[in-house]
Design a protein around this ligand. Structure first.
Ligand code: 5CA
Length: 413
């Protein structure tokens, strides 16, 4: 990411997102958003800086430890840079929702978080400041809360599949968020930070972004998605593992999301209650669900690269096409490349146009490193023959196309 000019480090675990990196981050964010919206979750935006009082109400102000960045404002009021938002969202809901008739609700935001990690590393994979999608579900009872959990289970599988990622749902520990039901979604990768265990059959199992009726019963879908054993090393117990050792894979994983069900853990201490159908007040049943949006950018590269650089899946690529003008100093080449660039853009294609005064070799290397799905390469020889070279980044396939068919080839497909 550094070499491709996507990000620049500001301090340990804190990065600026440069034009190319930001485009990918926004595309990842948009896929996450669309799948949240499709599931019926509502987007909000909560602040990054939160008052300490809220966290005192839940008891987490003291429990959270050094990972929480604590700050004081000019009036000496204790504040914090949010590492997560359970308290904040519960505060919103306790003020707004008083009756079971307003349930269920699922609120999400895509907002920067800060965790003062002991060892920030692997760039955006474990940062201190990072972008997370986090949402919070509110239900009247445990059955409703499980349905909300299942919805997110499905939405997560769809989200990652749309990015071309195979993220395996694994039983996981709940850590400082709490509760007793949790799954982490892991992409298997040698560079992954987490130790994971799973049934060998996961390797051949395809995860599809199926269309699902979120109002219907999702339990069958959940059971199917958890049929094969998969667990993180925090909860994996060799003595209790149902998979025989020779059918079990020990691997590394990148955790791109985690979902939690924790019932009334926050609603009870914060007094987020609703009147049930019989008029009795009950604390809300809650769950929370996170996706590491900025981490996903790194995870996508881990899953899609070769020695020359990144190979973006089309769904998240910063630009659909790269256009290289091999000879910008040549008037004919410049005219033809400028004209093609204009036509491609008019056809609605995102094009990265390299008309720099650099050697062809440097341009090829940069374009491969940046990893756009397709490249169009225009030079004097091709131009004389009325052709342009097309290179498919992933397969490496090259083909000379008639220049006048180049736009039609990529527009609308
Ligand atoms: N409140 C819950 C769910 S919303 C929560 O905070 N869950 S979490 O701790 O599991 O974080 C959600 C996701 O954020 C993780 O699955 C991971 O993908 C991402 N994440 C967590 N810590 C970092 C970090 N230091 N750098 C980058 N991404 C991170």
């Amino acid at each position: 990411m550094l070499r491709a000019g996507m990000i620049r480090q500001s301090s340990a675990g804190i990065y600026s997102w440069l034009p190319l990196g930001l485009r990918v981050l926004k595309r990842v964010e948009q896929i996450v958003r669309e799948e949240q919206d499709r599931s019926g979750a509502l987007e909000i935006l909560m602040p990054t800086v939160q008052p300490a009082e809220l966290w005192r109400e839940s008891g987490r102000y003291d429990d959270y430890g050094k990972e929480m960045l604590r700050i004081k404002d000019r009036h000496d009021r204790e504040m914090l840079y949010g590492p997560t938002n359970e308290e904040q969202v519960t505060d919103i809901v306790r003020a707004a929702i008083k009756s079971y008739r307003d349930l269920p609700k699922n609120l999400y935001h895509i907002q920067w978080k800060f965790r003062d990690e002991v060892r920030p590393r692997f760039g955006v994979m474990r940062g201190r400041e990072f972008l997370m999608k986090d949402n919070y579900s509110f239900d009247l009872d445990a059955a409703g809360a499980k349905h909300s959990y299942n919805k997110m289970f499905v939405a997560y599988l769809r989200t990652f599949a749309r990015m071309g990622l195979k993220a395996i749902p694994m039983r996981a520990d709940t850590g400082p968020i709490g509760g007793d039901l949790s799954h982490e979604f892991h992409i298997l990768a040698e560079t992954g930070e987490s130790g994971v265990f799973c049934d060998r059959r996961w390797l051949e199992t395809e995860i599809r972004a199926e269309a699902v009726d979120y109002a219907g019963d999702l339990e069958a879908f959940f059971r199917e998605g958890t049929r094969l054993y998969a667990a993180t090393d925090d909860v994996h117990d060799p003595k209790k593992c149902p998979v025989p050792p020779d059918e079990l894979i020990t691997a590394r994983g990148i955790e791109v999301g985690q979902i939690f069900y924790f019932g009334p853990k926050y609603s009870e201490p914060l007094g987020a209650v609703v009147a049930g159908p019989d008029g009795e007040e009950v604390p809300l049943e809650m769950g929370s669900y996170g996706i590491g949006v900025s981490r996903l950018v790194g995870a996508l590269i881990e899953a899609n690269h070769d020695d020359a650089g990144i190979i973006w899946p089309e769904s998240v690529a910063p630009f659909r096409l790269g256009l290289i003008n091999l000879r910008p100093a040549d008037a004919k080449c410049r005219e033809a490349a400028d004209e093609l660039h204009g036509k491609l853009r008019t056809a609605g294609l995102d094009v990265l146009y390299d008309d720099r005064d650099e050697s062809p070799g440097a341009k090829f290397a940069a374009m491969d490193l940046i990893g756009l799905p397709d490249q169009l390469i225009l030079g004097p020889r091709g131009l004389a023959a009325g052709t342009i070279e097309w290179k498919h980044r992933r397969s490496g396939a090259r083909l000379d196309l008639p220049l006048d068919t180049a736009v039609a080839r990529f527009a609308g497909g």
